[in-house]
Design a protein around this ligand. Sequence first.
Ligand SMILES: Nc1ncnc2c1ncn2[C@@H]1O[C@H](COP(=O)(O)OP(=O)(O)OP(=O)(O)O)[C@@H](O)[C@H]1O
Length: 306
Amino acid sequence: MTDNVTSDCIIETVALTKRYGDKLALDHLDLRIPRGRIHAIVGANGAGKSTLFRILLGFLPPTSGQARILGRDSQQLRPDDRGRIGFVNEEHTLPGWMTVSAVIAMQRDQYPRWNQQAFDEVIGHYQVLPRQKISQLSRGERAGLNLALVLAQGPELLVLDEPTLGLDVVAKRAFLESLLYSNAAEDCTVIYCSHQMEEIERVADNLIILERGQLKNMSAPEDFCARVTHWIADVPFKGPEPSTIPGLLQLQRIDGLHHYLVLDQDEDFAQFLRASGARSMQSMPVSLDRAVNGFLTKNHAAPARA
Ligand SMILES: Nc1ncnc2c1ncn2[C@@H]1O[C@H](COP(=O)(O)OP(=O)(O)OP(=O)(O)O)[C@@H](O)[C@H]1O
């Protein structure tokens, strides 16, 4: 990858690898995220999501491979590049001793593309008073203020690392509304990392699944959902040996019926069940939460490679 490549990707990694001592956090990751829309990154704990963000934002060097963000090597970001990127994580760190109005004034001075209308639009969802100190705000209010500040910078790219962690339902909803508004109104690309599937289902256009530092899925959330099916079958005795069940993600026995969660299986799976002695069967679609969690749980239980 050379510097003069003009890519339509806002983020591009090639064989990106990060080792912490013996631990492999990113494993030759090839990732291309196009400009625009909302992209969700999901993965089990330790899948490498935060490591990816740290490398992309230039806070951490890769062990090998490359990462480009806004067309530039992430290790060579300039201050003006950083001004085009907004970053929000779950800590919502703002100086606790400052008042809300002082923080706003400080940010307004710092960012030439400051967009007061975008700020007002987002902060309007929260009961934040200008004279309040940051330390007096609730967690949800701090999250809202943080998002409003970042969106008012007019970023081309917004990176959110678990931004709604610990927020209640109302605060979460307000946060997501703000996000959808800004994505639509400001044409800003959003990269959003979360464990909350119902949020992802609501806001994401693209679902990226990382597993042990490798890319496992990149598609519309509904397309991933369509790959996973829940079969319920009345099979005599113990049913087929689990290792012989094609695409098996999860197996449960409830009230004498066998429940199979399977990946990438078509009507041939019914044939397999019939051949296994099933007396009756039915298939049904699953929610995104079920599909992703079934997918992640399957491999999560297996021993990790170094
Ligand atoms: N500074 C570090 N030193 C050693 N190992 C680390 C360090 N930071 C992360 N790791 C390891 O690298 C792997 C990836 O961690 P990372 O924080 O990127 O995962 P994550 O997907 O963000 O997880 P979570 O969902 O739990 O936040 C984990 O196994 C973690 O233990």
